[in-house]
Design a protein. Structure first.
Length: 535
């Protein structure tokens, strides 16, 4: 009995071994069949899946120049010349019909058995030379009408180098808005959900790299420019000297939200050593801004920018306009300075050291900075008006002459020669800046006892003063001086008393920042005409 039991047990054991052997052989046979199938059919299968997946996802015609498949170590796939087209030519500024998406090269790997699954899952897809062309709003952005099909390939993560986002326009006077992206990584977070991305963008001027991360999508095939995008950015160590005429190291950070066609940006900048070449003195500059980037035109609307320079603040609203004729931007702003110090503004923009005066300042101006390679001071245009209160001149010679003028204007000439307290000046006027020269169509200057109205010009480098006008004083002419001069002038008092003023005389301010000259100007007859010539 025992022998029979052992014999039955041995038979069952051999039977199990045989079945295992058969199973192993079957598995290897199946694997061999899969490999053989893959070797002969992987490339056409993958080619069809790639075309169908992309045409379904983007609803457009797809072209693929080359596809290469290796099965030596699983599926190793590479390709080149991938193009996905929309219905229209998306970029009229480039020759030929421009596709919606272009990829120069791509590659990915997957397990052999992925060929048997639908959708085929790819963990990571590598791209090089990606270009995304967003169609103009005026065009129908729909792709070629296709029947909806299931996605055949599902990618978990995209890794791309050398990418470019182009938001196109049909406006003849505008160029497309372009973003150059050095590196881009995107991950799927779920079906129908946006892609999570991290990117490094290349900023041409000022030169630097912008780090950004956020969410992109879901892709809107019917209107790609309405595809949502939101995230945050940081920009550090940007050298402003790449913009001729200014300098400093800028850093910026902020958030953005919107669509590819309309992005709202809120951010801040810090430039601890901002400077304009014409003055060369660094001052701390910080800004806080709310901006809207219009993908239709490529223009940016600033609503507003709040800036702080030293102890002064200003608010600007306007546009940064893309200009086709000259690659670059034209900046057009309305600037309001309500709480400022004139010395802060002069320290930034004028070479004189120290600034010619101190005092509280208010200013409103239209700013127009044209694109180009010339110095900022030569491209900047300003038209506006200003008011300065409680002003003192930093040049002792100038302030002493102002003090003396005040005493004489009040009819106290004997005090003008002594050590008198500094008097405050009040100023107001209308100005125009062009080619580094400030022209004043109206310049009103007032101190106790005297009012002066001038027209003229002043160079930002401080090398030229040329002002002419009239001084009106409370005192009569004979009361401006003492002694025998006063007696001699008394008969002519009536000739200089005009319109309620005790004395009205023509005056001029000429010279340079280091040697200003104040004097009478009887030879300068047509003051008004001279002033108008500077406009």
């Amino acid at each position: 009995m025992r022998d029979m039991g052992r014999e039955d047990s041995g038979k069952h054991k051999r039977s199990r071994i045989q079945w295992v052997a058969v199973g192993v052989l079957a598995f290897f046979a199946f694997a061999t069949a899969v490999i053989a199938f893959a070797i002969h059919h992987a490339e056409p299968i993958l080619h069809a899946r790639i075309i169908e997946t992309l045409s379904t996802r983007f609803q457009g015609r797809v072209e693929l120049t080359g596809l290469h498949v290796s099965v030596a170590h699983g599926l190793q796939v590479s390709g080149e010349g991938l193009k996905i087209f929309g219905r229209n030519d998306l970029n009229i500024h480039q020759p030929g019909v421009q596709p919606l998406i272009t990829v120069d090269e791509f590659r990915f790997s997957a397990g052999m058995f992925n060929l048997l699954h639908t959708p085929m899952r790819v963990h990571r897809l590598y791209l090089k030379g990606l270009e995304l062309n967003i169609p103009p709003r005026e065009q129908s952005a729909e792709g070629i009408s296709l029947k909806k099909r299931k996605i055949k390939i599902y990618v978990d993560e995209f890794v791309c180098e050398q990418a470019r986002l182009v938001i196109n326009t049909l406006k003849p006077d505008k160029l497309p808005l372009e973003f150059v992206i050095a590196n881009l990584g995107m991950k799927e977070i779920g079906p129908g959900q946006p892609l999570r991305f991290i990117a490094t963008l290349v900023n041409p001027k000022p030169v630097g790299h912008i780090q950004s991360s956020g969410l992109f999508g879901p892709w809107q095939a019917d209107d790609p420019r309405s595809t949502p995008v939101r995230g945050k950015y940081s920009f550090s160590n940007a050298d402003l000297s790449t913009l001729k005429g200014i300098g400093g190291i800028l850093s910026s950070a902020g958030d953005y939200d919107g669509t590819l066609g309309n992005i709202v940006v809120d951010g801040k900048t810090e430039t601890p050593d901002f400077r304009i070449a014409i003055s060369g003195r660094p001052v701390p500059l910080s800004t806080e801004f709310h901006a809207i980037v219009d993908g239709t035109s490529g223009d940016t609307y600033l609503e507003p920018v709040k800036a702080t320079i030293l102890h002064s603040s200003l608010v600007a609203r306007g546009s940064v306009l893309r200009v086709k004729e000259s690659k670059g931007h034209r900046i057009v702003l309305d600037v309001a300075v309500d709480h400022a110090r004139i010395e802060d503004l002069l320290e930034l923009g004028v070479r004189t050291d120290p600034p010619v005066m101190t005092g509280a300042a208010e200013l409103k101006t239209k700013l127009d900075l044209s694109p180009g390679d010339a110095d900022v001071s030569n491209r900047l245009r300003l038209i506006g008006d200003f008011q300065i209160s409680g002003a003192y001149f930093t040049n002792d010679k100038v302030q002493s002459k102002v003090d003396a003028l005040s005493m004489r204007g009040q009819g106290r000439p004997e005090e003008a020669k002594g050590d008198v307290p500094d008097v405050q000046s009040e100023m107001a006027g209308a100005f125009r800046l062009k080619n580094g020269m400030l022209s004043f169509s109206r310049l009103h200057f007032q101190i106790p006892g005297t009012k002066v109205d001038l027209t003229g010009k002043y160079s930002l480098d401080g090398n030229q003063f040329d002002f002419h006008g009239k001084a009106r004083m409370n005192a009569k002419l004979s009361h401006l001086v003492t002694g025998w001069k006063s007696v001699l002038l008394k008969p002519v008092d009536p000739f200089f008393s005009k319109d309620g003023a005790g004395t009205e005389i023509p005056v001029k301010v000429t010279g340079t920042k280091s040697e200003p000259h104040f004097g009478l100007d009887f030879r300068h007859k047509d003051v008004k005409a001279s002033g108008n010539s500077n406009n």
